[in-house]
Design a protein around this ligand. Structure first.
Ligand SMILES: [Zn+2]
Length: 334
């Protein structure tokens, strides 16, 4: 029996296929090279297929396509009501009502949902009325669950940060899914933020350091898992010679806003500490994990973070340089 979540995921993929005309019923798996590349564990770039999984009752695919305008409108409603109206509910309602599409009606549906909640209607009603509501609620909770809450100064608001420190320039464009060819052909599973070598890289969300060191594709990289374990943040191509703060190590707990590395151009080499990327940039990736079996499998879920980076621009972490230690540190927050 197909579970509700699988059905919902199938509907979403089906909608996408109708719109883009593609013939795939499943997200594209990376192609197999003649010789499989070394097993990578957290790049979003490995291609080692695993045996087909038995039927599981958890979400197996998410296409995150909320744009910045929608994130902004929903989050402002949440913050203005101190969390009484959940932005995740507003987003799930509007995208479910719009059958998985994000365009103008979604902004109006945010207002409609808010009015219904203010009038005392419950989410159970939305769940009955909108076939995809439960799916989007769970999917968006996994994506955005750590972004709003109580801040260090005890106010309620955005508690996640841009991955680029305050005062440091960067540029990016919508490059999710673009082709990458080093090692084997595969789609790009993150967003590249172009900036200067040495730019302090910030933990978007707190969590623990699950991976830190050299990776054939990502070069010097750090991987941070959120406390609820649903999000894995991947920061790659860090600086040659001095990629991370000297005292950062695997297993450490980090806080949102903390400096966790420096922008560079390492990667695409089996030799550690090699610069093999022309344009210095941070590769920022975000993986969703609904079940641990998805962490390092061909079925792993990486989402398009472009709009999240845009939205996070309003919350950049301020840093200061310590000449003796040759490190940037977060300016302490009240
Ligand atoms: Zn990249």
């Amino acid at each position: 029996m197909e579970s509700i979540k699988q059905k919902a995921a199938g509907i979403v993929v089906g909608i996408c296929c109708l719109l883009c005309g593609c013939s795939k019923a499943e997200p594209a798996a990376p192609q197999q090279p003649a010789e499989p590349p070394p097993k990578q564990t957290d790049t979003g770039e490995h291609s080692t297929p695993t045996q087909p999984q038995k039927e599981k009752d958890y979400i197996q695919w998410v296409e995150f396509n909320c744009d910045e305008a929608l994130l902004k409108k929903a989050s402002e409603a949440d913050i203005n009501t101190q969390g009484r109206i959940s932005w995740i509910t507003l987003l799930a309602y509007s995208v479910a009502k719009n059958w998985g599409n994000v365009d103008k009606p979604c902004l109006e549906y945010v207002d409609e949902c808010r009015a219904r909640l203010e009038a005392g209607e419950s989410e159970a009603v939305f769940s009955k009325e909108l076939k995809l509501f439960d799916y989007y609620k769970e999917a968006y909770t996994a994506v955005l669950g750590g972004f709003l809450g109580i801040r260090a100064d005890e106010s309620y608001g955005i508690c996640a940060y841009s991955p680029i420190a305050e005062g440091f320039y960067f540029s990016h464009y919508k490059d999710f899914g673009a082709s990458r060819t080093y090692g084997f052909s595969r789609p790009h599973k993150g967003n590249d933020l172009m900036g200067s070598v040495g730019t302090p890289i910030i933990a978007v969300e707190g969590g623990y350091v699950e991976a830190l060191g050299w990776n054939t594709y990502g070069g010097w990289r750090v991987g941070i898992r959120s406390a609820d374990k649903k999000r894995y943040y991947y920061y790659a191509h860090l600086r040659k010679g001095h990629p991370f703060p000297a005292d950062l190590k695997e297993g450490d707990t980090v806080r949102a806003g903390q400096v966790i590395g420096y922008l560079g151009q390492t990667g695409y080499s089996t030799t550690p500490d090699t610069n093999n990327i022309t344009t210095p940039h941070l590769h920022f990736g975000m993986q969703l994990i609904f079940d641990e079996s998805q962490k390092d499998a061909v079925s792993e879920i990486w989402i398009d973070v472009y709009s999240i980076i845009e939205w996070l621009n309003q919350n950049r972490s301020e840093v200061k340089y310590d000449k003796n230690a040759k490190e940037y540190y977060r300016v302490s927050v009240p």
